[in-house]
Design a protein around this ligand. Structure first.
Ligand SMILES: Nc1ncnc2c1ncn2[C@@H]1O[C@H](COP(=O)(O)OP(=O)(O)O)[C@@H](O)[C@H]1O
Ligand SMILES: N[C@@H](CC(=O)OP(=O)(O)O)C(=O)O
Length: 418
């Protein structure tokens, strides 16, 4: 049994959906397809959520834009305008529209999940129906009924015990060879929609792989595999043919956007090989992540850039030392405001921390920290991480830039720079 995960970029147009079907049909094994929302739909639904919560009149226009984007793709794919896909997709958009007519609940994260989930519900419906039309019978599964999470909206924590019971029942392969389901989504025990964190479809694929003990997980991307840098940033980036689970965890942890950080742990635990490969050159083998750690033969430096970072410098207002009590109260605040800490460093009387710039959460965090500490911060800095660094690699990343903070270990060098 295989699991294939396809992201939004692979199905951002009718052409993309046709290419996807070609890939799926070239495999004859039992397969579960985990799919994200089409193109940039999640971003658009995030905007709708913001407008909905702000009670803005723009909601309707944006909703119609998202709906037209999908209907245009359907119109290109389905010549028979009586096809069941129209009714199914329209029904989903009617449900979303009905939600948008309500009053916001005052819980932004809850509303976010109830709105944003439609991206994946619609994309999987279209793709499942188009596979059927193309001669591949398949079953559409609403993942919210079996991948159960708690009610931490926007970052649902998986209820492994319950999911382990429900997922195998849902994907029993007793009446089909192919399943199509949503990445990124989960459901609470009271059947509210949840999401697993942005770009969480890779993680969904890993959860299902773990629970169902699959032979292999393939994640299809718009790049040849995992490269030693984002090729959209460094044109001379090279593909890594094989890497170990450990290395993949490190790269994702430091922010290599190609794979969601939570993806590797579940598949590592069961030693399930993961192939990251191209949906464009689909005969190429991509990058294999496995235990066999004939790892990165050349040990190329790997460059990871995180933009939109904020470097916060914190001092106790009474000039006392930064001790355990201060640190633990600060970390509690970061956790409370769900700010991801990317790098920390402390001296005797100050503590520096580099975090993702997330306007809504950052402001609340800074307001609270300022009650007990003096706070300064640098906006819009970059965090550059180099795995397997050497002098040339460091020079390449830092020449002509202002280094605000630097940390090096044997394997990893990190720089906060402007
Ligand atoms: N080290 C890397 N290797 C390959 N791609 C990378 C790397 N770092 C960042 N990327 C980016 O990741 C993108 C693919 O991930 P993503 O857009 O999340 O795919 P999907 O939407 O299919 O899940 C590529 O287009 C590439 O720009
Ligand atoms: N659609 C969600 C989940 C996801 O993983 O998408 P993608 O596979 O396109 O990165 C998001 O954009 O966050």
């Amino acid at each position: 049994m295989n699991i294939f995960k396809f992201g939004g970029a692979s199905v951002n147009s009718a052409e993309g959906v046709k290419n996807f079907v070609k890939i799926v049909q070239s495999y004859k094994d039992e397969t579960i397809i985990v799919l994200s929302a089409m193109g940039k739909t999640t971003n658009a639904l995030e905007e709708i959520t913001d407008q909905f919560c702000a009670k803005s009149d723009l909601v309707e226009t944006k909703f119609q834009e998202v709906k037209s984007f999908h209907l245009n793709i359907i119109n290109e794919l389905f010549t028979n305008k009586e096809d069941a896909v129209y009714e199914k997709v329209n029904r989903l958009f009617d449900q979303l529209h009905a939600y948008l007519q309500r009053e916001p609940t005052l819980d932004y994260d809850f509303d976010y999940d109830q709105i944003v989930c439609f991206g994946e519900l619609v994309s999987t419906t279209i793709v499942s129906e188009y596979l059927r039309l193309s001669g591949s019978p398949n079953k559409w599964i609403d993942i919210r009924t079996c991948l159960k999470t708690d009610n931490t909206y926007r970052e649902g924590k998986v209820d492994w015990e319950l999911s382990q019971k429900l997922v195998p029942q849902a994907f029993s392969f007793d009446s089909t060879f192919v399943y199509v389901t949503q990445g990124f989504l989960g459901g609470t025990t009271t059947n509210q929609s949840t999401t697993l964190g942005r770009e969480g479809s890779d993680y969904t694929a890993a959860i299902l792989s773990y629970i169902l003990d699959v032979d292999k997980l393939s994640i299809w991307k718009d790049v040849p595999g995992i490269m030693n840098a984002d090729p959209k940033w460094l044109e001379d980036a090279e593909k890594l043919d094989r890497i170990s689970y450990q290395e993949a965890i490190e790269l994702a942890f430091y922010g290599a956007k190609v794979i969601h950080p939570k993806t590797i742990q579940p598949i590592k635990r069961k030693k399930i090989p993961l192939q990251v490969r191209s949906f464009i050159d689909y005969s190429e083998s991509g990058t294999l992540i496995s235990t066999a750690s004939k790892q990165m033969e050349k040990q190329l430096p790997v460059y990871i850039r995180k933009q939109n970072q904020v470097l916060i410098s914190i001092r106790p207002s009474d000039f006392s030392f930064i001790l355990e009590e201060n640190l633990s109260s600060l970390f509690a605040l970061f956790a409370k405001h769900r700010m991801k800490v990317n790098l920390t460093q402390n001296s005797a009387i100050s503590f520096s921390v580099c975090v993702d710039k997330s306007e809504r959460r950052l402001k609340n965090l800074l307001d609270e920290i300022s009650q007990d500490f003096e706070v300064k911060y640098n906006d819009d800095v970059e965090l550059i991480t180099i795995r397997h660094h050497d002098d040339d690699a460091v020079e390449r990343m830092t020449a002509g830039r202002d280094i605000l903070l630097e940390q090096r270990s044997r394997d990893t060098a990190q720089f906060v720079i402007i």
